[in-house]
Design a protein around this ligand. Structure first.
Ligand code: GLU
Length: 492
């Protein structure tokens, strides 16, 4: 048997370090067994998926040195590798399940489903909805069918007993069937859900081992049952530990930069980031901290993955990156790294229009445009002295803007302006007054290039990291404040 693994990212945002981490382990597992590694795009969520996000995922994985044998850009014998292009395949398999009695059409409306859930909640029952709960009487069912009501396709699930799933690292995992919903397989628009598409594709693409994040453990019983219904052999499952913040909470962009774009923009070397991701829950047999991707692939043993939540620690990564810069880069390579990073024509060209109208000598360029070539600005609280706002209001402004920016799907000037305008209105400030503290947070100074353009050029993650940094410099947000802010923000 040829080992085949895959990564199956959903292109719904920035390229996440967690995606790269899972990709790396799948790649190493495949290579270790002389097998293949596949990249599949799970873009069945048509509202949230974007082509830009897909491109960023491919680019950042490549930047890290992670290469795939088959995928949407390189092709392969099991394509298409984008789920949005495989719609007919899923519909056909969903109907096969209906014909065999393993799935059924469900005509329940959203209101009815909410009412059913509410009633169960009040009765203190499990919330999972089973086929029997969803059944309509025969007359009503045929009426809705004849009138052409929208329907979803759901899978049959047992009502009681325990489902046992085997995991390569965790051994036996038990989940009570009572907790498992009659999962939707096809939505009313005919698109498959993650569960159906994932199982069908893993099977058709010959995937033998699925290494994925532990957040998918609860899906495993449904997947196992689908493999049984289809009569297919299930790939071996391996649920990897989730990356964590230093406070052990799940790694989230609210606390840490999670986008690979950020690490790239911050001037980390891809070799160091990949090496660091390889240290997440895994170690070399000789425990050394610095190793290349080739060395990791050669020494890889999945059984060395430890399940205690690996901490993604920026300080540690920075330290490791320093080792790479000092030990691995000769002058030539260092120069090249600088070029790849920001001292290249494409990037400098973006800065030119910002700088030209504002300088009289070339020597003014570096002091003026330094923020385009740096990480977090060296500021302290006094940097905000000129801002005429109470400290609490100032911190709130920066915090609200950070949160609004988290949700911006496409990072371009109009979108950012919209957020800024909305918040300026909310804080009852003129644009200029609203932007004054933002200006300092982003450029590190009270006079510089346009802050709106700077944010566009710096990108979402670096912008948010600088806003967060400014909040920290101003003393941070206490737990109590955070609660209050959240509440107010939600009502916005
Ligand atoms: N599309 C899922 C994700 O975004 C894939 C999960 C899996 O590997 O099964 O993580």
């Amino acid at each position: 048997m040829t080992v085949r693994t895959r990564i199956a990212p959903s292109p719904t945002g920035d390229p996440h370090v967690g995606t790269a981490y899972i990709a790396l382990f799948n790649l190493c597992f495949a290579r270790q067994h002389g097998g293949q590694f596949i990249l599949r795009i799970e873009d069945t969520d048509r509202v949230r998926s974007t082509a830009e996000s897909e491109q960023m995922i491919l680019d950042s994985l490549r930047w890290l040195g992670i290469e795939w044998d088959e995928g949407p850009d390189v092709g392969g014998p099991h394509g298409p590798y984008r789920q949005s292009e495989r719609g007919e395949i899923y519909a056909q398999y969903a109907h096969q399940l209906i014909d065999a009695g393993y799935a059924f059409k469900c005509y329940r409306t959203t209101e009815e489903l909410n009412a059913l859930r509410e009633a169960r909640k009040i009765a203190g029952m499990q919330l999972a909805l089973k086929p029997a709960d969803l059944a309509l009487n025969a007359d009503e069912k045929s009426r809705r069918e004849q009138e052409g009501w929208p329907y979803v396709v759901r899978m049959q699930v047992p009502t009681d007993g325990v489902c046992v799933v085997q995991d390569m690292l965790r051994g036996r995992i038990e989940v009570e069937w009572a907790q498992v919903d009659a999962q939707i397989l096809l939505k009313s628009d005919g698109m498959p859900t993650y569960h159906l598409a994932n199982v069908v594709d893993d099977h058709l693409m010959g995937i033998t081992h699925v290494l994925r994040g532990e957040e998918w453990i609860n899906s495993a019983p449904k997947h196992q049952l689908l493999y049984e219904y289809f009569g297919w052999e299930m790939p071996t499952l391996c649920h990897m530990p989730l990356l964590r913040n230093p406070d052990k909470s799940k790694l989230s962009k609210r606390k840490n930069p999670t986008s690979i774009n950020y690490y790239r923009r911050m001037g980390f070397l891809p070799e160091a980031v990949t090496n660091y991701l390889g240290r997440m829950g895994w170690s070399m047999p000789d425990e050394r901290e610095k190793f290349s991707l080739d060395e990791m692939m050669a020494a890889f043993d999945v059984q060395r993955v430890s399940l205690g939540g690996p901490v993604f620690d920026l300080e540690k990564l920075t330290w490791l990156n320093g080792l790479y810069i000092r030990e691995d880069l000769d002058d030539e390579a260092f120069l090249q790294a600088l070029r790849d990073w920001a001292f290249n024509e494409a990037y400098v060209r973006q800065i030119l229009p910002q700088v030209r109208p504002r300088v009289e000598t070339l020597s003014q360029v570096a002091p003026l445009a330094g923020h385009f070539f740096s990480g977090l600005p060296a500021i302290n609280e006094t940097a905000f002295d000129s801002v005429k706002l109470e400290k609490e209001a100032l911190v709130k402004l920066l915090q609200f803007l950070t949160w609004r920016f988290e949700a911006v799907p496409a990072w371009h000037k109009e979108a950012l302006l919209e957020e800024v305008k909305a918040l300026a209105e909310y804080f009852d400030l003129k644009m200029k007054a609203f932007l004054a503290p933002v200006f300092i947070a982003i450029t590190g100074s009270a006079t510089s290039t346009s802050v709106m353009d700077a944010m566009v050029i710096l990108g979402s993650d670096m912008t948010r990291a600088r806003l967060r940094h400014a909040i920290e410099v101003l003393g941070g947000v206490s737990k109590k404040q955070a609660k209050r802010f959240e509440k107010e923000f939600q009502e916005l």
